[in-house]
Design a protein around this ligand. Structure first.
Ligand SMILES: [Zn+2]
Length: 429
C-alpha cells in the first residue's frame, strides 16, 4: 500500500517528552496517518490525530525534513500554521509531527530554563507569525538552504534558537532586518495617500489597520486581499491568482500584553503593476467615508455621479452597487454624529453661518460642540437660501428636536457672534 500512496506521509510521534538543550523527543511512539492531510483543516486534523492516538494533543509541532529538531521545529496550532505545514508535507512528501501532551508551550518552557536579561521582542504567538512569513522557500530545490533560511528568519526573534545558532543571528543582524526598537504608532490623521504599513506598526484595532491598508492600496493601485481575516489575525497578500505572485505580504495580530494590533511581519516590495479595479480591499465603508461631506452638501447625489467621482478622485473603478451601500453608510454616519454629541460632549453649542461657494449663493448654518478632549465636534448643518430669523428658528427647532427631544433647551448653552437673526430666533423659542 505504501508504494502506491500518492499523498504525503505524515508520521505522528506521541507519548514522548521533549528534552531541552539538544532538543530531542524522547521515547516516542510513532504512527503513520492513513489519510491525506490535505483533506483536513487544522481543527479536523487535530481531532483526527487525537482520536488515533487516544490522547489529547495539547501542543503540536512538526519539523522541517532533513534538519534537527532544534533547527526545524515549527508550531502547528492554527490554520495558518497548518497551511504552511501542508506546503512542507507536499514539497517533501514526508513530514514528522510531534505531540507535546502536557508541557507548557515548548518555546516558553525553554525560555524559562534559559533565563535571559534581554527583554523579549516577540511573544510566542509572534514567533509563529514570523515563521509564517517564509512559505515561498518550500518550493526551492535545495532543502538544506531552505531550512537554514527558515532558521535565519526565526532565530533572531527566538532566544532559544539564538543560543543554538549564534552565527546565523549575527549574519541576520548585519542585514539590519530586526524589528525596530520602538514600534511606530499608526497616525490616523495622516494624509490618506501617505499611509504605508511599517514593520512593528501598532493599531488600535484590525479595523484601523484595514482602513489604512485601503488607503495604501488605493493610493498605489495595489490589489491587496485578505488571505486570513478574523478578529485576531490578518494575513494580507497582493494580486490573487496572478503568476508570478507579487511578493508583498503582511501579517498582523494582537500584541500579547497590550490592547494593540501590530504588524509583526512585513514584506513590503511589490512586483505588480497598477490596478484600477481593486477587490475586497476597497469596501463600501471606505467609499462612504470619503463622501460624508459631499453627501452632506447634496444628499441627493446620484450613484452614477458618485461612481464617476470615485474614478476621478481615486483612479479606481467601483460598481454602482458599492456606491449605493457607501451612500447608505455615509448617511448613517451623519445620523450617528448627533448621538455622539449627546454621549460625549459638554452641553455648549457654537452656532455660526457662512456663505457657500459655488453656483448657488446659499448659506450654511452650522452647530458645533466640543468633546471631552476639547476637540471641535460638528453636530448639525443646514443649507438655507438666506440667513434670517425664520431660517435660524427652523434650524434651532430641528437641532433642539434632535438633541433635547423637543425640550426647551434648558441646560444647553448657545454661543454665537450674535447675529441679529439668531438672537430673535432664540427669544422666540
Ligand atoms: Zn503588489
Amino acid at each position: 500500500m505504501e508504494e502506491n500512496q500518492v499523498f504525503p506521509k505524515v508520521d505522528v510521534h506521541y507519548n514522548g517528552t521533549f528534552v531541552p538543550n539538544l532538543l530531542v523527543y524522547f521515547a516516542p511512539q510513532v504512527l503513520r496517518l492513513n489519510e491525506d492531510a490535505n483533506e483536513f483543516g487544522f481543527s479536523d486534523f487535530i481531532k483526527y490525530v487525537e482520536k488515533l492516538i487516544d490522547f489529547q494533543c495539547k501542543h503540536v509541532y512538526y519539523c522541517i525534513p532533513g534538519v534537527r529538531l532544534s533547527e526545524g521545529l515549527q508550531t502547528l496550532q492554527n490554520e495558518c500554521d497548518y497551511s504552511e505545514f501542508l506546503e512542507v508535507a507536499n514539497a517533501n512528501r514526508h513530514v514528522d509531527v510531534y505531540i507535546d501532551h502536557d508541557n507548557e508551550p515548548l518555546f516558553e518552557w525553554i525560555q524559562k530554563e534559559e533565563p535571559d536579561n534581554e527583554e523579549l521582542v516577540y511573544s510566542e504567538e509572534d514567533v509563529d507569525s514570523v515563521l509564517a512569513d517564509d512559505e515561498n522557500c518550500e518550493h526551492e530545490e535545495d532543502e538544506c538552504v531552505t531550512s537554514s533560511k527558515r532558521i535565519f528568519k526565526r532565530a533572531y526573534n527566538d532566544k532559544f534558537l539564538n543560543k543554538l545558532c549564534p552565527v546565523l543571528v549575527e549574519d541576520e543582524y548585519e542585514k539590519g532586518n530586526e524589528l525596530p526598537a520602538v514600534y511606530p504608532r499608526h497616525d490616523a490623521t495622516q494624509e490618506w495617500r501617505k499611509m504605508k504599513p511599517e514593520l512593528g506598526m501598532r493599531f488600535s484595532s484590525p479595523a484601523e489597520l484595514k482602513s489604512s491598508l485601503s488607503n495604501y492600496a488605493v493610493a498605489h493601485g495595489y490589489d491587496l486581499y485578505y488571505e486570513k481575516n478574523d478578529k485576531d489575525r490578518l494575513l494580507v497578500k497582493c494580486c490573487k491568482g496572478k503568476i508570478p505572485q507579487c511578493p508583498f505580504r503582511l501579517w498582523a495580530s494582537w500584541m500579547k500584553d497590550e490592547q494593540t494590533f501590530q504588524i509583526n511581519s512585513l514584506r513590503e516590495d511589490h512586483s505588480c503593476s497598477r490596478t484600477f479595479k481593486l477587490g475586497s480591499i476597497v469596501t463600501y465603508k471606505w467609499i462612504g467615508k470619503q463622501f460624508v461631506t459631499d453627501i452632506l452638501e447634496s444628499p441627493k447625489i446620484s450613484l452614477r455621479k458618485m461612481k464617476a467621482m470615485v474614478s476621478k478622485l481615486f483612479n479606481i473603478n467601483v460598481s454602482v452597487g458599492q456606491c449605493r451601500n457607501a451612500k447608505r453608510f455615509a448617511l448613517c454616519e451623519i445620523e450617528g454624529v448627533v448621538d455622539g454629541w449627546l454621549d460625549g460632549c459638554r452641553k455648549v453649542i457654537g452656532i455660526d453661518r457662512c456663505f457657500l461657494k459655488g453656483i448657488c449663493k446659499w448659506e450654511l448654518l452650522s452647530a458645533v460642540g466640543r468633546d471631552g478632549n476639547n476637540n471641535i465636534y460638528p453636530i448639525a448643518w443646514a443649507v438655507v437660501n438666506v440667513e434670517n430669523k425664520n431660517t435660524w428658528k427652523w434650524f434651532l427647532d430641528n437641532l433642539m428636536g434632535d438633541i433635547d427631544e423637543g425640550g426647551n433647551g434648558n441646560g444647553i448653552t448657545l454661543m454665537s457672534d450674535a447675529h441679529k437673526g439668531i438672537m430673535e430666533a432664540v427669544k422666540e423659542r
